[in-house]
Design a protein around this ligand. Structure first.
Ligand SMILES: [Zn+2]
Ligand SMILES: [Zn+2]
Length: 129
């Protein structure tokens, strides 16, 4: 547990149309209207978070909808986009391994190295059953 906020403090508040679009996806998360950037504080690329997970089917693998935005969250860089997840895990081959959950080729350290994501991830997978 850290007393210091080490992930980026930028946040995005999804518009109602974005919430409806994400709710229509066959996802695994409970939708949150406000999300914080999940990159490490001080990064220089666009702010970023995973916005929704989409379940796979027999023929398609699961995928993630990512949100990214600039310093003005309503600016032109804002988008919801399908990106590959970072493939790196903390303990490859172990059941205790933590996924990174940032986008592929992200800036900074992996999420499990600094963020509160590990705890959030446990809650989310519990919700998913
Ligand atoms: Zn950020
Ligand atoms: Zn990573």
């Amino acid at each position: 547990m850290s007393r210091f906020k080490i992930s980026c403090p930028a946040r995005i508040i999804f518009r109602d149309d974005e919430m409806r679009m994400m709710a229509a996806l066959d996802g695994g998360f409970q939708l949150e209207q406000l999300l914080y950037c999940t990159l490490e504080a001080g990064h220089t690329s666009l702010h970023h978070t995973i916005a929704q997970g989409v379940a796979g089917t027999e023929t398609t693998p699961p995928w993630s909808l990512h949100a990214r935005w600039g310093d003005n969250p309503h600016g032109p860089e804002r988008e919801l986009v399908r990106l590959d997840d970072c493939p790196v895990t903390s303990l490859p081959g172990s059941v205790q391994s933590e996924s990174c959950w940032l986008q592929k080729d992200h800036e900074g350290r992996h999420a499990y190295e600094f963020g509160p994501l590990a705890e959030r991830r446990r809650r989310e997978s519990a919700l998913r059953g």
